[in-house]
Design a protein around this ligand. Structure first.
Ligand SMILES: *Cc1c(COP(=O)(O)O)cnc(C)c1O
Length: 361
C-alpha cells in the first residue's frame, strides 16, 4: 500500500514522474542519450545557479560524496560536522586513506563561522566539507558565510552535501563559491532513489588532475573527461530510467518557478514549525532552521514508534529521531512536491492520534 512519506527521503513521487521511469530503453551510446543527458545538465545548471559542469551518477548521494573527497584532497580535508551526515564525510575520508580532521559542534547547533575561520587559517587544509542541511538535527548550515571565508584562499576546494536541501532551498553555487555540490534525487527533487548529482567546478577539475588514486566508479575527473569527449555520455551504463524521469521533473520544477518552489518549502516549514512550537518544542537552534525538515523535541514524552505505527495505519509515515536522538526527537520532512494541504492533513492526523485537539464541542 502506498503511504504518504514525510520521512527525509525517499518521499512521495508524483504519478507522472513514476510513469516516466517506464519509458522504453534507448542505447546509452547513441545521440538520444547525449541529447537527454545534455538537456538534464542544462536544467540542473539553472537549479544550481552555476556554469560548472554537472555530473550524474547512478548511485545514491553517498557515492558522489565519497568521490568528491577522494578526488579533491591533496593535503588534508577539514570536515565540519553538525551531526550524523557531517560525520559521514569523515568516515569516508578515513576509509579511503584520505588525510582529514573532524571538527564537530553540538547536536542541534550550526557550524560556527569563527571555528571555520580559525581552522582554515592554519594553512593545513586544502578541502573543506559542509553538510548544508543536517538531516539528523534539522540544522541548516550557513554555506554562504562559509563561502565568504573560503574566498580568502585560492587552494581550498569547497564540498557541500546538499542531499536534503537542493531543489527545496536556493543554493547559488557560483555566487557562494562551491566547487562540488552533491545531491540525491529522492529528497527535495521528488524522484525515486537511485541517482545522484553534483556540480564540478574548474578549480575542482584542476585539483583532481593532481590526484593519482581517484578510484574508478566515482572518479569525477573521468566522468568529466568522458562527458567532454563523448558529448555528455558517461563511462559506464547509467540509469536511463531515472534520466527520463529527471528530465521531466526538472521541466516541472522550472515551470513551477524556482523562487515559487523555494517559497513553497518555506511556507511548509513555517507551518510545521508553528505547529511544533504549539504542541512541543523545536529541537534545532532557531537561528538555523531548515526549510525541508523539522526536528521536534519530544517534550510530551510520547511513544514516537507507536505514533508512527498509528499514522501508517492511516497512510502516513514520519521519521523517528536519528541515532541517539531516537524517541527524544521526531522528524517531519516537508520537501519535494507536497503542498500546505498535504502538511495540514498530516498534522491533523497527528493531533487526532495524540488527542491534542482539545476541541470544545
Ligand atoms: C539522505 C542524506 C544523505 C545520504 O544520501 P543517499 O542518497 O542515501 O546516499 C547524505 N547527506 C544528507 C544530508 C542526507 O540527508
Amino acid at each position: 500500500m502506498g503511504k504518504k512519506l514525510f520521512i527525509p527521503g525517499p518521499i512521495d513521487v508524483r504519478k507522472e514522474v513514476l510513469e516516466k521511469m517506464s519509458t522504453p530503453m534507448i542505447g546509452h551510446r547513441g545521440g538520444d542519450a547525449s541529447t537527454l543527458q545534455k538537456s538534464i545538465s542544462e536544467k540542473l545548471q539553472k537549479l544550481f545557479y552555476t556554469d560548472s559542469t554537472i555530473l550524474l551518477s547512478t548511485s545514491s548521494g553517498t557515492g558522489l560524496m565519497e568521490g568528491s573527497i577522494r578526488c579533491s584532497t591533496l593535503k588534508k580535508a577539514a570536515i565540519f560536522s553538525s551531526g550524523a551526515f557531517g560525520d559521514r564525510w569523515y568516515k569516508m575520508a578515513i576509509a579511503n586513506n584520505v588525510p582529514a580532521d573532524l571538527f564537530k559542534v553540538e547536536d542541534g547547533k550550526a557550524i560556527d563561522i569563527e571555528m571555520v575561520e580559525k581552522v582554515l587559517s592554519t594553512g593545513e587544509y586544502d578541502v573543506i566539507t559542509i553538510t548544508h542541511n543536517e538531516t539528523s538535527t534539522g540544522v541548516r548550515n550557513p554555506i554562504e558565510e562559509i563561502g565568504d571565508i573560503i574566498k580568502k584562499y585560492d587552494d581550498i576546494i569547497y564540498c557541500v552535501d546538499a542531499v536534503s536541501s537542493a531543489g527545496g532551498i536556493k543554493i547559488e553555487v557560483d555566487k557562494i563559491g562551491i566547487d562540488i555540490c552533491v545531491t540525491s534525487v529522492q529528497k527535495a527533487l521528488g524522484l525515486p532513489p537511485g541517482m545522484s548529482i553534483c556540480t564540478f567546478s574548474q578549480r575542482a577539475i584542476e585539483r583532481a588532475k593532481q590526484i593519482s588514486h581517484r578510484g574508478i566508479y566515482f572518479d569525477l575527473l573521468a566522468m568529466y573527461e568522458y562527458i567532454l569527449k563523448k558529448d555528455y555520455q558517461y563511462p559506464s551504463t547509467p540509469s536511463l530510467s531515472h534520466m527520463f524521469a529527471l528530465d521531466f521533473q526538472l521541466d516541472e520544477i522550472l515551470k513551477e518557478g524556482l523562487d515559487n518552489r523555494f517559497k513553497r518549502h518555506e511556507d511548509m516549514a513555517n507551518l510545521v514549525r508553528d505547529w511544533s512550537r504549539k504542541h512541543f518544542e523545536i529541537f534545532t537552534d532557531e537561528n538555523h532552521l531548515s526549510n525541508t525538515l523539522t526536528v521536534i523535541k519530544n517534550t510530551k514524552g510520547i511513544n514516537v514508534s507507536n505514533l508512527n505505527k498509528k499514522l501508517q495505519e492511516r497512510g502516513y509515515q514520519i521519521a523517528n529521531g536519528y541515532g541517539d536522538l531516537k524517541e527524544k526527537t521526531f522528524r517531519i520532512s516537508h520537501m519535494g512536491d507536497y503542498t500546505l494541504d498535504d502538511i495540514n492533513e498530516l498534522l491533523d492526523n497527528i493531533e487526532d492520534i495524540l488527542g491534542l485537539l482539545n476541541k470544545v464541542y
